[in-house]
Design a protein around this ligand. Structure first.
Ligand code: S3P
Length: 426
């Protein structure tokens, strides 16, 4: 899943900070402060808001938040007293409040306490009908259940249609922390496409907040100080300051990827070749281009190959070349052809040997970059924005599933993109 240009469920966990203030004014001030920080997501904890059960006041904050947070992910949460929050609503009143936020068209996700709703499946469907996504959640501030119970809760969330399944438990010892992490990891193996957030709270559980990349937790909550340098203290026990957390997540990501190949995928004209070349110049890493290797090994150019063996024949050559690259020793930066994700086999080869970075651009940007090109046989006779949009949307799901990270290239120059990627991987 890619939301606001951020991959959820693979690679580096997203960094999220919660807003738990009481008045509209304080909430606005904090959201404005967070809008300019290096964060992926902001969660509004509406159970602390003095007008948190009122529709008009809630909608106003949500639309203000959406406006200021621009391309950050915006999560609405009304945490009830039952699950460690301050929200007194229960039953139908709780469901009404969550639906009120989901229907606002302003937030990307609403949190939904799986134990607080009568029919999770149909309730989650209602939320999704508004075009909003769901983080199903379950908290325990007294202890950590056994593995079977954690697995059962996550499975119930997934079966009800949650987009992200979140469990947060309180450890009594480090075994509890490790059991939580190990169970989340097992759930991920059984359900690879389902994003999970697994948190062990309190001081003992800090490890689980930092190491999500290793056990498969896709988002971590951190604490922030505001513009007056007052600490917000975070929204739950054990949250680390967000700057420290950001540094830790990046350091772990770099370490986790240090031996891996970096495959660049994306539609034609998203900058795969120019970005990878620049990245190699900055890092000294070796560069391989799949199309170029196909041309060298066949002695023909891509257009002639398409003419002679068609797209299917070309795809076979592409898979063979990709496998050769995957088998090469050492770290490489690899630029792939735009259609590489159309074969599951290719995605498997790339996943098993490296990280897959998706570069994106709008159809308009792509058109402006490739309209003069004669070497894109796929676009021969269709060099227009509508066709590019159509082909892009046919491939969108495959790109999203394959990627372990995403970089939007519309508003960044090649050098800036390469520097950004260098910071995350080298
Ligand atoms: C293709 C994209 C091209 C090349 C071939 C097929 C595609 O690579 O592999 O023409 O199907 O999108 P670029 O994305 O580097 O242009």
């Amino acid at each position: 899943m890619i939301i606001r240009g951020r991959k959820i469920g693979d690679g580096m966990p997203l960094l999220c900070v919660s807003v738990s203030d009481v008045t509209s004014r304080a909430i606005r001030k904090r959201i404005m402060y967070l809008a300019d920080r290096e964060l992926d997501a902001v969660e509004w904890r509406a159970d602390n808001f003095n007008l948190g059960r009122e529709q008009e006041a809630t909608e106003k904050i949500l639309s203000m938040g959406r406006h200021f947070l621009r391309d950050k992910i915006f999560i609405y949460t009304y945490r009830t007293v039952n699950e460690g929050g301050n929200g007194i609503a229960t039953g139908q009143d709780y469901e009404r409040i969550v639906l009120m936020a989901a229907s606002s068209n302003s937030c990307d996700f609403v949190d939904c306490e799986i134990n607080g709703i009568s029919e999770p499946g149909s309730f989650i469907r209602q939320i999704k009908n508004y075009g909003c996504r769901v983080i199903a959640s379950c908290h325990d501030f007294d202890g950590t259940p056994d593995s079977d119970e954690i697995m059962a809760v996550l499975t119930r969330m997934k079966d009800a249609g949650a987009d992200i399944c979140k469990v947060a438990y309180t450890p009594k010892n480090s075994n509890d922390v490790h059991r939580l992490m190990e169970t989340v990891q097992r759930f991920k193996v059984l359900n690879p496409g389902v994003p999970v957030i697994g948190i062990s709270m309190g001081e003992l559980g800090v490890e689980s907040r930092i190491c999500g990349e290793f056990f498969g937790s896709c988002l971590t909550f951190a604490a922030v100080e505001d513009s007056d340098k007052r600490s917000s203290g975070g929204s739950a026990p054990g949250q680390v300051n967000y700057t420290q957390m950001g540094e830790a997540l990046q350091a772990i990501h770099r370490a986790a990827c240090c031996g891996k190949k970096l495959y660049f995928i994306g539609f034609m004209g998203t900058g795969k070749t120019s970005v990878t070349k620049k990245l190699c110049r900055f890092t000294g890493c070796d560069w391989v281009d799949v199309d170029r290797n196909i041309e060298v090994s066949t002695g023909k150019n891509i257009t002639d190959i398409f003419d002679e063996v068609g797209e299917e024949g070309f795809r076979k050559l592409e898979t063979g070349e990709l496998q050769k690259i995957a088998d090469m020793p050492g770290r490489l930066v690899v630029s792939c052809g735009g259609g590489v994700v159309t074969r599951e086999e290719n995605v498997r080869i790339m996943r098993e040997s490296g990280e897959i970075i998706l570069l994106t651009a709008t159809p308009e940007t792509v058109f402006s970059r490739v309209s003069g090109s004669l070497s894109r046989p796929i676009l021969n006779g269709h060099m227009n924005i509508d066709y590019i949009r159509e082909l892009m949307s046919l491939r969108e799901e495959a790109y999203e599933r394959a990627a372990t990270a995403v970089v939007r290239t519309d508003d960044m120059g090649v050098e800036q993109i390469a520097r950004h990627i260098k910071k995350l991987y080298f």
